[in-house]
Design a protein around this ligand. Structure first.
Ligand code: ADP
Length: 858
């Protein structure tokens, strides 16, 4: 029941009670009044009786006076008075009897009185008769002695009794009247008090109700004012928003179109509300493409109309997206649009709400930012490549022996140059991913080689942390569709993180296993794990569990966010499991394509046999020999292994010639240095390039006084594979007739100097700092085996030179900008400055020159 109803019931009940009590009081008052009327009538009646008795007594006294006057004086007047009074007495008696007829005792007394009067009248008549007869004395005597006096006395007494009786009655009746009057007074006072109380209660209740009503009314007024304010505020927000706010009903008809929408799209609200749906603001082709994509996802056709937006929103998949909007005048602008559902409190769909903003300005800023980033990338990458390249060369011994202290300082500089390079590369990658400009060359390919290759290329980094990688399962035969460079980048990041956070001497296990229709590639380390509070943020940009990692471990906090974005672009996902102090397993899941039969190992080996240059490895430690074989294999060389100096001599005599010989100093039959001298003494082997590989390389170097003919390098164990391959490649080129010639088109003189130093061992460098200079050299008819080309040149885009370079001359682009896919396809190789180490540059150039010169080399 509502408050109001309860109140009304209470008031009704209260009023009924008051009325009942007042009625009872009125009834009692009425009775009292009636009783009082009776009482007063009785009192009046008693007075009447008393007055009648008085009148009778007067008449009696007058009769007696008249009788006496006549008897004594013979006065006729007295006689007349006697006769007149006696005549009145019977009437007065009759009236008295009538008056007391309701009182039997008084009736008796009245009757007795009448008898007494009769008797006295008779006596008086006899006395008067005597007087009339002249017997004055007799009459007088009779008057004095006769019964007249006694009868008068009796009459007096009788009347007195009757009067006393009436007085008693009168006092009783007056008492009764007073009592009734008092009761009436009580009832009146009680009634009045009760009425006043009732009125007070009623007034109080009404007052309270009034107050309640007033406060309810006030609350209502307040809440309606609040509602008005809120609505007003909402309307003001909607009206003054810089966002176009467009609401529709469930069928898509526009129901609201705010002033910003009017400004943005050029339509007046009245022109669109209830008339059209927001499809008219869209470029049809964009909606068609989006609807097609969505139809494929859903597995059913979604019309490229409002249905597309509605279905996507209903499915909860309408994220904020960029669209081209068309104004009323036909002009277009880029807009960011988010559509959401409007439901009522019962969850019923009332319509859709679109919020759009004009992002022309943002796009301009983005363009400027991109231009800035690309400028910075160029400006930073080129000098960084020089720094890193020079440091690498100096550390590699190009400038002669470096003191231990100098080496450790150069190491620091080199490490930091690499770190800076990584940071720049990561920032540029992130920028590319975020602007949607990262290109992915998706190619169907077997997974296992990608895994092996990624482990090989990170192995060196692992060795720096004294961590090795073990490929426990490579899911043979499984094919995936990925961009191999990006996939390798993902793997490199996961493997290097695992190595970075592994304990020294640890092993990182890599496995690939099929899980349903996907293949899960896991990289498991036994490191310190990932703290629980950091796990939610791990894929965010610049997120590191321990910020000191940046300095200590050289990370940027960008790797995993790049990894995740790249995997998602390639249709995969990234996740991890981690137990603190026990280890972490990062995994990527990729959809698999139909499995292909695995290529047997021998078949793979056979494919390369005979087509690759051979190196002889003279090493008595079988593990090291195997390691050397793997390193050489990776660099594109075959090898034969011998465990003694004698074995080496026999092999050289029977299976030669070899491209080069790697030689251990400590051999079972003689020292490597002895063998070296013997080989130099024999004519067939006097030019054989030799690479010493020894735990005591430095000692050996000193023993030969550092100037041994044909010694390509002294490699200290553990062996740096890049340095080994570098040495073997130099052997390769020394074996050629004449050095190759390379045109380096680059405007940065420092970089020209560094690159020249790097590739000098295999090629002669000619440099051109501008497009014009390069064109001139090419026009002069100079013959080059390779052109190394920068894209950003002072007088134009390096790509313009391509048409001037003879078709048979291979081109390697070496630029600070990443090379667009279209251009990359036209050249032999495309390298990015700061992403390319000295070794990679040398390797790429060597590989191309080798291929070109293949017919010349046997
Ligand atoms: P960084 O360049 O710093 O390695 P990442 O994005 O690759 O950047 O990694 C971010 C952070 O995630 C690291 O700094 C580290 O705190 C944590 N992390 C990544 N991989 C591992 C791992 N295998 N073990 C422990 N922590 C890891």
């Amino acid at each position: 029941m509502t408050n109001d109803k309860v109140f009304r019931y209470k008031v009704a009940a209260g009023m009924a009670a008051i009325i009942a009590v007042l009625l009872a009081l009125a009834y009692a008052g009425y009775n009292m009044a009636r009783e009082q009327r009776v009482n007063l009538a009785l009192v009046r009646h008693t007075y009447e009786v008393k007055s009648q008795i008085e009148d009778l007594l007067d008449a009696s006294r007058n009769a007696a006076t008249g009788q006496r006057g006549y008897v004594v004086l013979g006065s006729q007047t007295s006689l007349a008075l006697f006769e007149h009074s006696n005549e009145a007495i019977p009437q007065l008696l009759a009236k008295l009897r009538l008056l007391v007829r309701d009182n039997p005792s008084q009736v008796v007394r009245a009757d007795e009185l009448a008898g007494l009067f009769d008797e006295r009248f008779s006596e008086a008549l006899s006395v008067i008769s005597r007087r009339r007869a002249g017997d004055e004395d007799g009459a007088y005597n009779q008057l004095l002695t006769g019964r007249t006096l006694a009868l008068s006395e009796a009459i007096s007494q009788q009347t007195k009794i009757m009067e006393d009786q009436e007085d008693d009655l009168l006092s009783q009746r007056l008492l009764q009247t007073a009592e009734t009057a008092r009761r009436t007074e009580y009832i009146s006072i009680g009634g009045a008090a009760f009425a006043i109380l009732g009125i007070l209660v009623a007034v109080f209740a009404v007052f309270r109700d009034l107050r309640r009503r007033l406060s309810v009314e006030q609350a209502l007024r307040d809440s309606s004012a609040l509602l008005q304010n809120t609505l007003g505020m909402q309307r003001a927000v909607v009206n003054s928003a810089n966002y176009a706010i467009i609401a529709t009903d469930p069928d898509g008809f526009i129901t609201d179109f705010n002033p910003a929408a009017e400004r943005m799209l050029g339509y007046k609200a009245a022109e669109v509300i209830g008339k059209v749906n927001p499809g008219i603001f869209h470029v049809h082709g964009e909606v068609v493409a989006a609807a097609e994509k969505f139809s494929q996802e859903l597995g059913r056709t979604v019309q490229p109309s409002f249905e597309f937006f509605a279905t996507k929103t209903l499915q909860g998949k309408m994220q904020t997206g960029e669209w081209t909007f068309i104004r009323k005048d036909g002009s277009t602008f880029p807009a960011e649009l988010s559509v959401s559902l409007v439901r009522n409190s019962e969850g019923e769909v009332l319509g859709f709400l679109g919020i759009a903003s004009d992002i022309t300005e943002r796009k301009n800023v983005e363009r400027l930012k991109n231009e800035f980033i690309s400028t910075v990338s160029h400006e930073l990458r080129t000098p960084l490549t020089s720094i890193r390249g020079s440091l690498g060369l100096v550390l590699g011994g190009i400038a002669g022996e470096v003191t231990a202290q100098g080496k450790s300082l150069l190491d620091i500089a080199h490490k930091n140059a690499e770190r800076l390079g990584r940071l720049i590369n990561d920032i540029l990658d992130i920028e590319k991913i975020e602007s949607g400009k990262m290109e992915f060359q998706m190619k169907r390919q077997p997974l296992a080689p990608l895994l092996r290759q990624s482990i090989e290329s990170t192995a060196d980094y692992g060795r720096q942390h004294d961590v090795s990688f073990h490929l426990a399962d490579e899911a043979p035969g499984v094919e995936v569709e990925v961009d191999s460079d990006r996939f390798m980048q993902v793997m490199a990041n996961l493997l290097s993180n695992a190595a970075k956070f592994s304990p020294e001497g640890g092993t990182v296990e890599v496995t690939a296993v099929l899980v349903g229709k996907a293949v899960r590639i896991s990289v498991a380390d036994k490191g310190k794990g990932i703290p629980a509070e950091f796990r939610d943020r791990i894929f965010q940009k610049f997120a590191q569990a321990d910020s000191s990692d940046t300095r200590q471990k050289g990370g940027t906090g960008l790797g995993l966010s790049i990894t995740k974005a790249m995997m998602e672009h390639m249709g995969g996902s990234v996740g991890f499991d981690s137990v603190v102090d026990r280890g972490t397993t990062f995994f990527v899941d990729l959809p698999t394509l139909s499995a292909v039969p695995a290529v047997p190992a021998e078949a793979r080996a056979q494919a390369g046999v005979g087509s690759r240059p051979r190196v002889l490895v003279c090493e008595d430690d079988a593990d090291i020999a195997l390691l050397l074989r793997m390193m050489l294999d990776q660099g594109g060389f075959d090898c034969d292994i011998v465990a003694s100096a004698g074995g080496a001599q026999r092999k050289l005599a029977t299976d030669g010639p070899y491209l080069a010989l790697t030689l251990d100093i400590a051999l079972p039959d003689k020292t490597g240095l002895e063998l070296f001298h013997e080989l130099r003494a024999a004519s067939e082997t006097q030019d054989l390039p030799i690479i010493f590989v020894s735990a005591e390389a430095d000692k050996g170097r000193r023993a030969l006084n550092g100037a041994a003919v044909g010694v390509l390098d002294w490699l200290q164990k553990p062996i740096d594979p890049q340095r080994l391959l570098h040495a073997v490649r130099m052997a390769r080129h020394q074996s050629r007739q004449g050095a190759a010639s390379v045109l380096h088109v680059e405007d940065d003189p420092d970089l020209i100097h560094v690159v020249t130093s790097i590739i000098e061992p295999i090629a002669k460098i000619d440099s051109a700092p501008t497009l014009a200079a390069a064109r001139a050299k090419l026009a002069e008819g100079a013959r080059y085996d390779l052109v190394l080309l920068d894209l950003t040149l002072p007088d134009g885009d390096g790509a313009e030179l391509l048409s001037a370079i003879p078709a048979e001359v291979p081109v390697v682009i070496f630029s600070a900008r990443e090379v667009p896919e279209e251009l990359a396809r036209k050249v032999s190789s495309a390298l990015t400055k700061s992403k390319t180490s000295n070794e990679l540059l040398l390797h790429s150039i060597t590989a191309i020159i080798d291929k070109m010169a293949a017919p010349r080399v046997s």
